[in-house]
Ligand binder design. Structure first.
Ligand SMILES: C[S@@+](CC[C@H](N)C(=O)[O-])C[C@H]1O[C@@H](n2cnc3c(N)ncnc32)[C@H](O)[C@@H]1O
Length: 528
C-alpha cells in the first residue's frame, strides 16, 4: 500500500508511546450540573489529554469526530489555524529535534496530527466510526495517513458537503464551495440515515399500506445482459415499455412476472412520461437507509451565528454548524454512544449530542478536548453551560435548558517523574486506572473508590493494588506491603492474581501456591 513520507515522520511514528501519562484534575467551579452525566471537557493539548484518558476510555469510543486546524496558513483567527502556535512549535522542537527547523508547514501539520491520530485509533471501539473534517489544504495527505493508521479497507468514504452558497471570490476563479468529512469504520457499517416516514404514501389504497417507488431499471447493457432486455406491458391499459439499450430491467422476465402477480409494480399515469417502478412498502423498510456522500442541503454556515446567539458576542470564528454535526452523529453512532472530539473548539459536537439526547431520549456522552485555555473556559465551557441551563439569545428569546451536565478537567502533573517515581499528588484511583490499563490494555471496569485493593478482573486474572494505605493502615509501608495478614484480608478470587505493592514479606513458594504474581510499586509499573 502506498504510504506518505515527510520530514520528521520517523520522529513521530512511535511518539504516542513515549508521551507520559498525566493526571487529570477536575475544576468544580467550571463544571456544570450532574457530575455523573459522563460528559467531560478537558482543557489541554490533546496529545497529553488523550494519553491521560486512555486508561479510562481505550477501545470504548463509538464515534470520534475531529475538526483539526485545516492548515490554511491563516493566523488571524481566534486560534492558530496553522501549526505555528507556541505550544505546537515548542512540542515539535522537542520531538523532531534539529530537523524541526527545516519543516514546511505541511510537514509540521503531519507531525502534529500523526501521534494524535495514533492515540485516537486506540480510543476507538471495535465497532466505532471515525470522522474527520478537512478541506483541500490537507485532504490528500490526511487520507494517506488515515489509510496507514486505520487501514485503507476501513475507509467507508468521503462526505462532501456544500458549505457556501455564494461565490468565494478568489484569484484562481475556482470558487471552492465544499468541505470534506473522511469516514473510517473499524467494524460494521454506519448506523445510516433515519427514513422519512412522510415520503411513504398510499394513493391507490394498497392494502399493504404506504409505499415509495424505486426504479425498475439498472445499468445492464443489452449485449452484457440480454435476459434483462424485454418488453413489459401494463395488463390494464396495454401500454408497454422497453428499457434503454444501456440499462436493463432489474430482474429477468420470470422475476418481473412474480412482481406483477404480487401487484408490486407501479404504473406511470402517463406512459410517455416515466417508466414502471417497483413499490417498496414502509412495513418492509428498515428504519435506517444508506447515506449519500454528497450533502448539498446542509445548513453549514450557521455555526458562527449559533455560537454568537449563545455567547452574546463573536468569540469564536468558524465553528461547525449544529446541523452538520447532528447529521454526522446521527448517521455514525447509536443513541447510547460514547463520543470523542479532541479538537473541540466551541463545543459544537457536545452541544449537538446533548440536543440529540433531548430529542430522541438517547444517552450519548461526549468527551471533548480543547487546548487553548481561553477558548476552553470562555467559549467551550460557557457555551455548554448555557445550552444545558438555558439562556436568552441576542433577540431576547428564552431558549429552554437541555439539562444534564459535564465535568471540566485540566491536565496536571505527570504520574511518574523521569526516575519513575510516583508524583506525590497521585491518588489510589489514578494509579489503579493506570496499573489496570498497562497490565490489560483495557480501561478500568469501575472507577476505584479507594476502599478495596481489588481494582478489577480481566480474562480470569484479578488485579490488586496496595497503595496510599488502601487498607486503612497509614504507616509508611503499612497496608502497602503484602504480608500474611494483608493477604488474608484481600477480596477472594478463584484464579490467578497479580498484586502490586511496595514490598512483600511472602516467600516465592507461598506466592506461587496462592497463584499470586507480585509486582513492586513503582519499579514494575509500566510508565509509558
Ligand atoms: C477548527 S477548530 C474546531 C471547531 C469546532 N469543530 C467547532 O465547531 O467549534 C480546532 C480547534 O482545535 C483546537 N486545537 C488545536 N490544536 C489542538 C491540540 N493539540 N489539542 C487540543 N485542541 C487543539 C484549536 O484551539 C481550535 O479551537
Amino acid at each position: 500500500m502506498p504510504t506518505l513520507n515527510w520530514i520528521g515522520k520517523d520522529a513521530v511514528v512511535d511518539h504516542h508511546r513515549q508521551v507520559p501519562y498525566h493526571l487529570l484534575r477536575c475544576d468544580e467551579k467550571l463544571s456544570v450540573g450532574d457530575p455523573g452525566s459522563g460528559n467531560l471537557l478537558v482543557q489541554g493539548d490533546n496529545l497529553l489529554a488523550l494519553k491521560a484518558l486512555l486508561p479510562y476510555y481505550a477501545g470504548q469510543v463509538k464515534c470520534i469526530y475531529i475538526d483539526p486546524p485545516y492548515n490554511t496558513g491563516n493566523e488571524n483567527w481566534v486560534y492558530n489555524d496553522n501549526v505555528n502556535s507556541p505550544e505546537i512549535k515548542a512540542w515539535l522542537g522537542k520531538v523532531v529535534g534539529g530537523e524541526a527547523e527545516d519543516l514546511s508547514r505541511h510537514d509540521k501539520w503531519l507531525c502534529m496530527m500523526y501521534p494524535r491520530l495514533s492515540l485516537l485509533r486506540e480510543m476507538l471501539s471495535e465497532d466505532g466510526v471515525f470522522l474527520c473534517s478537512i478541506d483541500e489544504n490537507e485532504l490528500y495527505p490526511l487520507k494517506l495517513i488515515l489509510d496507514e493508521l486505520f487501514g485503507r479497507q476501513r475507509c467507508v468514504g468521503t462526505i462532501c458537503w456544500k458549505m457556501r452558497n455564494t461565490d468565494n471570490r478568489v484569484k484562481s476563479r475556482l470558487s471552492t464551495d465544499h468541505e470534506y468529512v473522511l469516514v473510517y469504520s473499524k467494524g460494521g457499517p454506519l448506523v445510516g440515515r433515519v427514513i422519512d416516514r412522510s415520503d411513504f404514501k398510499n394513493p391507490d389504497n394498497d392494502p399493504r399500506g404506504p409505499y415509495v417507488t424505486d426504479p425498475l431499471t439498472g445499468k445492464a447493457a443489452t449485449d452484457d445482459r440480454p435476459n434483462l432486455h424485454y418488453r413489459i406491458e401494463n395488463p390494464a391499459t396495454g401500454d408497454s415499455w422497453e428499457p434503454d439499450p444501456a440499462r436493463g430491467w432489474i430482474t429477468d422476465q420470470a422475476g418481473f412476472n412474480s412482481l406483477l402477480s404480487e401487484k408490486r409494480v407501479w404504473w406511470p399515469p402517463n406512459p410517455k412520461r416515466g417508466k414502471p417502478r417497483k413499490k417498496r412498502y414502509l412495513s418492509e423498510t428498515s428504519e435506517r437507509m444508506p447515506v449519500s456522500s454528497f450533502w448539498t442541503e446542509i445548513r453549514g454556515q450557521t455555526g458562527a451565528d449559533e455560537v454568537d446567539q449563545i455567547l452574546g458576542e463573536r468569540l469564536f470564528a468558524f465553528p461547525k454548524s449544529l446541523d452538520l454535526i447532528t447529521r454526522l452523529l446521527d448517521i455514525a453512532c447509536p443513541k447510547d454512544a460514547l463520543i470523542l472530539d479532541s479538537f473541540a473548539g466551541s463545543g459544537t459536537t457536545a452541544h449537538a449530542a446533548m440536543a440529540l439526547n433531548l430529542a430522541d431520549g438517547g444517552t450519548r456522552r461526549v468527551v471533548s478536548v480543547e487546548m487553548d485555555p481561553q477558548i476552553a473556559e470562555n467559549v467551550t465551557a460557557k457555551r455548554l453551560r448555557r445550552a444545558l441551563e438555558g439562556y436568552q439569545d441576542l433577540e431576547g428569546t428564552e431558549v429552554p435548558p437541555i439539562g444534564g451536565g459535564f465535568r471540566f478537567c485540566r491536565l496536571s502533573h505527570p504520574i511518574f517523574d523521569e526516575n519513575g517515581q510516583i508524583h506525590p499528588e497521585v491518588r489510589f484511583a489514578d494509579l489503579a486506572a493506570h496499573v489496570f490499563f498497562t497490565e490489560t490494555g483495557e480501561p478500568i471496569p469501575k472507577r476505584p473508590t479507594g476502599k478495596t485493593p481489588l481494582i478489577g478482573v480481566c480474562n480470569g486474572t484479578a488485579y490488586y493494588l496496595l497503595f496510599n494505605g488502601v487498607l486503612g493502615d497509614k504507616r509508611p509501608d503499612g497496608g502497602n506491603v503484602l504480608t500474611a495478614r494483608v493477604l488474608e484480608g484481600l477480596p477472594a478470587h478463584d484464579g490467578p492474581k497479580i498484586v502490586y505493592g511496595e514490598g512483600t514479606r511472602l516467600g516465592s513458594g507461598r506466592l506461587s501456591r496462592q497463584d499470586i504474581v507480585f509486582r513492586q510499586v513503582p519499579y514494575e509499573i509500566e510508565t509509558q
